[in-house]
Design a binder for this molecule. Sequence first.
Ligand code: NOJ
Length: 541
Amino acid sequence: MTQHLAASATGTAAATSDRPGWWRDAVIYQVYPRSFADGNGDGMGDLPGIRRRLPYLAELGVDAVWLSPFYASPQADAGYDVADYRAIDPMFGDLHDADALIRDAHGLGLRVIVDLVPNHSSDQHEWFQRALSEGPGSPVRDRYHFRPGKGADGAEPPNDWESIFGGPAWTRTKNPDGTPGEWYLHLFAPEQPDFNWDHPAVRDEFRTVLRFWLDMGVDGFRIDVAHGMVKAPGLPDMGHGEQLKLLGSQVLPFFDQDGVHEIYRSWRQILEEYGGDRIGVAEAWTPSADRTALYLRPDELHQAFNFHYLNAPWESAELRRVIDESLDSMRPVGAATTWVLSNHDVVRHTTRLGGGLTRARAATLLMLALPGSAYVYQGEELGLPEVTDLPDDVRQDPSFFKSNGQDGLRDGCRVPIPWTTSGTSFGFGEGGSWLPQPEGWGALSVQAQTGDPGSTLELYRTALRLRREHADLGAGDAVEWLDAPEGVLAFRRGAFTCTVNTTGVPVALPASPGRVLLASGPYEGDGTDGIPAGTTVWWSV
Ligand code: NOJ
């Protein structure tokens, strides 16, 4: 069982858990700093705002907090374009705020994981600026991927790779004298040049950055684009377009190259050196769960986001297949599986799964009954839907601009969350909110839901409390599937059974699984009377 020593409901602070292997069944809450809480009333969330709300997270019952980037950044990609890896962007605060936040979190029993962005920097990073101003031949250029263009006058990109945000993955520079110059590689926005990880200075720099934050006391790193740092030698052409469609199906010359593993082996040594069970979490897009497991060999990272699960449709056979595959693939490397339904890059699962709040709540209880660690994205505990009607002129996501307005999905899950039923930006801050909140946001606020036993917030609080109280719910590496009617998933977890009715009609079980411990919707029967449509039930056997 998680010996989570978070503040109790009475507000008593306690020390951070030092249970070995704490992450294996941890519930980790993602804070998106821009949109969580605004401490200084400038309309943008910040570290002091987060710090003030830490007791809410401790009371919610999560084990750790993962903070999306707060580093000095021109914000071309909401902070995933870092100009200085050792500084806090003034919009979020300063290093004293970060230090205070980490200390307070630890005092409340919460671990702190920070985001590390090693695949690319900002184009405003000192190295990249020097590379541009020193011109072709500058040794600093070797820290990125600069190349002459193709064609007689070098006017064509060096290869055919496409940016994840749309368009070519190359941008042409101007020489210091103003003439057209070399091109540089950016798998994301042009403001995010890719580092050349074959260069020892890049490797050294990131080892130092790791130590900087470990010295600050962080408990781990979420590693952005962990599959992307090493490129195939010679940067070979892909040979065809529509490369985005291949992302999840095969190893690409710029993604999931075997060379990345050496980097993680060296990082693991640093994490071990610091002790205290500090972890590395890979954001790795790979073609299969087996390839993801390679990042989690005992001498590499500790966890990886399970995007195969996140992408699974709400369909019983497919869910069961992905759950089995996820668990099976991790067993050989001895890593704990993770589960995730929402984050700052995807449509919130209340909207994405297509069944509104009913289905979202059922999906959550399924996730929290599975063995391993679960990631919760801020606001999902309030059942927030995706905001789908943001006007074009408030959008900030680079993928929206690069795709000529055809794709703008990432701002809709980043709208600042509501804390109070009314007031300026529903308690987010005193100075409005950087993305407009929908009118009805107050009814979904923390204030509105607290104490309402039917609310989604109380469902999360109860589920997380039960997970802490009953080791069986998160522990182990297997589920025991039980026979169930068509469209229903049923599995045993020690002294508990979980049933998930994915269908749109009530389904009666042949025999009662036990006593209802928790249900995602109103239900008090014994299972044989028909579990309501789209409902997950935890049973005490
Ligand atoms: C993944 C991050 O989650 C996303 O928000 C970002 O745009 C890309 N990596 C590039 O850093």
